[in-house]
Design a binder for this molecule. Structure first.
Ligand SMILES: NC(=O)c1ccc[n+]([C@@H]2O[C@H](COP(=O)([O-])OP(=O)(O)OC[C@H]3O[C@@H](n4cnc5c(N)ncnc54)[C@H](OP(=O)(O)O)[C@@H]3O)[C@@H](O)[C@H]2O)c1
Length: 333
């Protein structure tokens, strides 16, 4: 099969399309013929070696964490999927690689595609959908009526999280640049702060939950706008020792991450608030719940641009500019 790979870490590494073996379908796996994939910043962060302190990768490494396609074979222990099913997934770490014609995915990490979506639309959902779900529900325990501030509402994660929070009755506040203000309003944001003319820390207060997708100063300033007892959940800021513990990292790495997370945790203590950095994880059951919301028309996929398989490198360069509105998708078939 064809797959888009990099052969070593490095910002200068370019994707190349190579021929490799179709993956082996294990007893608990479904073999999926991929029709579409989508990119996420994690793809180029892995290429750059930015994640290797906490997770190592072997090469050639097939890029891509999100996919939609058709099941072409199932392992002997698979009970929930059959040949011909249209599925989508964000497979677990160590088994990703969706810029390829086939992938073997554990059935616990698969869900049936929403019936009203194309393959391209379905491939845009899993990673950003699961991340938003796990940040807002599993971590911050969002409930109806909460004031939820989502940084960067026009991005891949933000455009999903704004819709999800709105659907569950939150009052949604978000930031974006002038050109995207109307776009994020259309997703359901109640309050939009144009970051080119206003600082969010000057206009917000008593927020229940901040979902930080930016990190750096945006993370640190988030603590100024929280109510006591509120939550800052970051996916882009400073990991800490709790994450290290959850990931089972060794003592040395736990200590390093304790230092990395010290500033955010100090600010949280001062604000009498909670802070968590999370790494999303795969989950077929959460993806199935997300699929129901999409089928009910409550959440829509937001695609900025679709590239062909041969244009995968261009797609990565486009995403890296950090200006995409929604998701960057690759049509594999
Ligand atoms: N930890 C995890 O499990 C996890 C999971 C998913 C994503 N992430 C991380 O989360 C981050 C966001 O991911 P993504 O997929 O949403 O990225 P993305 O789609 O590339 O985000 C691009 C968007 O960010 C907006 N933006 C840039 N600077 C901004 C600012 N200062 N204020 C407000 N908006 C700004 C841009 O809007 P304008 O053009 O209007 O500025 C653009 O729409 C990445 O760092 C990614 O690696 C982590």
């Amino acid at each position: 099969m064809k797959a888009a790979v990099i052969s070593k870490y490095g910002r200068d590494q370019k994707l190349s399309l190579v021929d490799i073996d179709v993956p082996v379908c294990g007893a608990c796996d479904a073999l999926v013929e991929i029709h579409a994939a989508s990119l996420n910043p994690i793809d180029f962060k892995i290429r750059d070696g930015k994640i290797r302190f906490i997770r190592s990768y072997s090469f050639p490494w097939i890029m891509g964490h999100d996919l939609a396609g058709v099941v072409t074979a199932v392992g002997s222990k698979v009970t929930r999927f059959k040949v011909g099913d249209k599925v989508f997934s964000r497979p677990r770490n160590g088994r990703t690689g969706s810029l390829a014609q086939f992938i073997a995915v554990n059935e616990n990490e698969l869900a049936l595609m929403p019936k009203n979506l194309s393959f391209e639309e379905a491939a845009s959902i899993p990673l950003v959908g699961l991340t938003s779900w796990q940040a807002l529900f599993d971590t911050a325990h969002m409930k109806s009526g909460d004031h939820v501030f989502i940084q960067a509402g026009s991005g891949g994660v933000g455009s999903f999280a704004v819709q999800l929070a709105k659907q569950f009755g939150a009052y949604v506040i978000t930031t974006t640049s002038s050109r995207n203000v109307e776009f994020v309003r259309g997703l359901g944001a109640d309050e939009v702060i144009d970051y080119t003319s206003k600082k969010f820390e000057d206009v917000l207060q008593n927020v229940d939950i901040v979902f930080d997708t930016l990190g750096g100063e945006a993370l640190y300033k988030s603590f100024q706008v929280l109510r006591p007892g509120g939550w800052v959940v970051s996916i882009s800021g400073d990991p800490d020792q709790r994450l290290a513990q959850d990931m089972g990292l060794n003592f040395f790495k736990r200590e390093v991450l304790r230092l990395v997370g010290r500033k955010a945790n100090k600010l949280a203590a001062k604000a009498r608030a909670h802070y968590r950095f999370i790494f999303m994880h795969s989950s077929g059951s959460q993806l199935a719940q997300i699929a129901q919301l999409i089928e009910a028309g409550k959440i829509k996929p937001i695609i900025d641009k679709v590239f062909s398989f041969e244009e995968s490198q261009l797609a990565v360069e486009y995403l890296e500019q950090g200006r995409s509105r929604g998701k960057v998708v690759i049509k594999i078939r």
